[in-house]
Ligand binder design. Structure first.
Ligand code: GDP
Length: 302
């Protein structure tokens, strides 16, 4: 239900346009595919992903000898899920250790919803009975530490911090020690997101990661990249920048409720080969959903 509600914008543009297309065309022909291609591109699915999808659709339609457009609609959903999953079901859950400390590094550009997502994830883990600690690793942006503390209070989770302007690597060192000595299950680490100075930011992230690796072998167990769905193809560019600098293991795609271009999920998966683990569907603490391609695609047309 929440999923359906959060995807209203995408549903009312993308899904309705596909439904309308299917209603207008009785036969599956070249014009039908051309219009479908336009709709998919408008939904931010991404040109190369669209081409791949249309090719596969054409092949499938031929193979099954489909003539009725109504039947094609089912194949479209099927293929969208298949393209997302890349032949195998994607692991959309967090890599939480069976025992001992799990460290999750959260990266992304300012304003994408990083702090909010950390709060939501902390709350979710907390509700699952895990003890959680937050590390205020964005020591650069004014107000970032305080904002994280507000979320910490809201969800009942403590924040390890130093003063603004201090070395983020030192904050991480403290946070890992605190998490170890308190036998915490999950340490969620916020990081800076000033992309104006890309080289410095990436160096800082590398340093932070090195400290974590040194203090807990095998960590970080996840590097989550937060992307804003409303920024469309820009989100893809950001994803490329971050995944070049660090080994991103999953994506949190925020503000899906605020865009009609939900196709960006497919573009990210298909072009970067990084699974979307969570989607943000609003500003409130429980507006975060584990991502599942089947649920997503079928939810769009339901
Ligand atoms: P940060 O700078 O990356 O830490 O971004 P914030 O967490 O401060 O979020 C920036 C803005 O986006 C805030 O107003 C959030 O309430 C809002 N936001 C975050 N996630 C979502 C989401 O999934 N949906 C909507 N509609 N707003 C969101």
């Amino acid at each position: 239900e929440k999923f359906k509600e959060g995807l209203m914008k995408t549903r009312s543009s993308f899904s309705e346009r596909v439904n309308d297309l299917v209603a207008r065309y009785r036969k599956v022909d070249e014009d039908f595919f051309e219009e479908l291609e336009e709709i998919l591109i408008a939904a931010d699915v991404g040109v190369s992903t669209v081409m791949e999808l249309i090719d596969e659709l054409k092949t499938e339609v031929k193979k099954r000898n489909i003539q009725d457009t109504k039947e094609v609609q089912a194949v479209i959903s099927e293929k969208l899920v298949e393209i997302y999953n890349g032949g195998e079901e994607q692991k959309n859950t967090l890599n939480i250790q069976e025992s001992g400390l799990t460290i999750i590094l959260v990266v992304g550009v300012n304003g994408v919803g990083k702090t909010t997502s950390i709060g939501k994830i902390a709350n979710k883990l907390n509700n699952e009975g895990k003890s959680v600690l937050l590390a205020a690793g964005d020591t650069f942006r004014a107000g970032a530490i305080q904002q994280l503390e507000v979320w910490g209070e809201r969800v009942g989770v403590e924040v390890i911090k130093q003063s603004e302007g201090s070395d983020p690597a030192a904050v991480m060192y403290d946070a890992v020690q605190a998490a170890k000595s308190r036998n915490v299950d999950v340490l969620l680490c916020d990081t800076a997101g000033r992309l104006q100075n890309k080289v410095n930011l990436m160096k800082e992230l590398e340093k932070v990661k090195r400290v974590i690796e040194r203090e807990l072998p095998g960590a970080p167990h996840e590097v989550l990249l937060v992307l804003d769905a409303t920024t469309g193809q820009n989100a893809l560019t950001q994803a490329k920048t971050f995944s070049d600098a660090t080994n991103v293991t999953g994506i949190v795609l925020t503000k899906l409720d605020g865009t009609a271009k939900g196709g960006i999920v497919l573009a990210i998966r298909n072009e970067l080969n990084i699974p979307v683990k969570f989607v943000g569907l609003g500003e409130k603490v429980d507006d975060l959903q584990e991502f599942n391609a089947e649920q997503y695609v079928y939810g769009l047309f339901a």
